[in-house]
Design a protein around this ligand. Sequence first.
Ligand code: KG4
Ligand code: ZN
Length: 361
Amino acid sequence: MNVLGIDTSCDDTAVAIVAGGRIVLSSVISSQTGLHAATGGVVPEVASRRHLDDICPALMRALDEAGLGLKKIDAVAATVGPGLAGSLMVGYNLARSLAWASDKPFIAVNHLEGHIYSAWLAEDDAPPPPPAFPVLILIVSGGHTELVMMAGHGRYGRLGGTRDDAAGEAFDKVGRLLGLPYPGGPAIQAAAERALGRGAIALPRAWLRGNDDFSFSGLKTAVLHLTQAHADEQPDRTEAGSIAPAIEQTAPGAANADGWVNAVAAGFQDSVADVLATKTAAAARRQRVASVVLCGGVAANSAIKARLRAALPDGLPLYVPRPAFCTDNGAMIAAAAYYRLDTAVDPAHSPDVSPGLALPL
Ligand code: KG4
Ligand code: ZN
């Protein structure tokens, strides 16, 4: 069964075709990163307009790369939330129209459930076994940090999550403070790699003992204070007491030459990786799970992945999608839809998008 999946929840226009819920036949992602770099973040109106331009070419390319006509598509799926309302509407309405016009079932997919099912994706005709239930899932994306138990397909229980910033949001904000390009996640990883050998600046960890919650705002504030202090120490290059000049003088290019920025980036990444890995591993032991999934854009971070692997008990399988399937993509939406075909609806009567949608518990 071939499912066509569309995701336009934020700033990627993504269309993919997945066979049998697992095998990716094509996955097209038109990234808007360059468009939003100038503003240092996503401007919703700008994002939804670009989705309108990009969505039809992405759809045609996805069909083309899979070598399939619409006739060979059995169901159409799209993200309905959580995400930016205007962006969600573009993919959702195209998917619904396509399903209606070609008389196919339509599946409305929760973006977080999509991230979970990215761990089921494979590009081989003979995919390895999928995660065994019960699975412990850590979703770390730009908008969410959730620790979830999954007892079976569509059966979730929430253990904890962030009390303030999402992990990806913290990466993006700290990237900005350090004058690194948007999005902060990949830029911080690269800066941290450049720091290797010269060491990381030690930063605090919020353990919030006795529960499975996370907090990253204190860490972000610690970086802000460091940045201010660093600016004060450089009176010839910056105005004392002001953060803005510190950002300017470490703007892209300058930041790359700055060993101090690299050391802060490494310290920040260490702190996030340590807390995520230690708390997830503790939950995995306590819940006696059969496998663990790390997913969402921040799962593309190789240091976080390595730290979690090292913290988990030996022999407990860890699934981390390859980076292109950690960040937003259409394949994860098609996979989630395949396992939730029971929720298929008549596309003409599907409810509207839901920007604040939570995981169905
Ligand atoms: O899942 P995603 O593509 O979109 C949301 O659903 O939010 O996640 C985007 C987030 C951004 O905050 C980005 O900075 C972060 O994932 N990210 C990373 C890396 N690549 C992307 N964070 C840390 N290290 C990376 N290599
Ligand atoms: Zn996402």
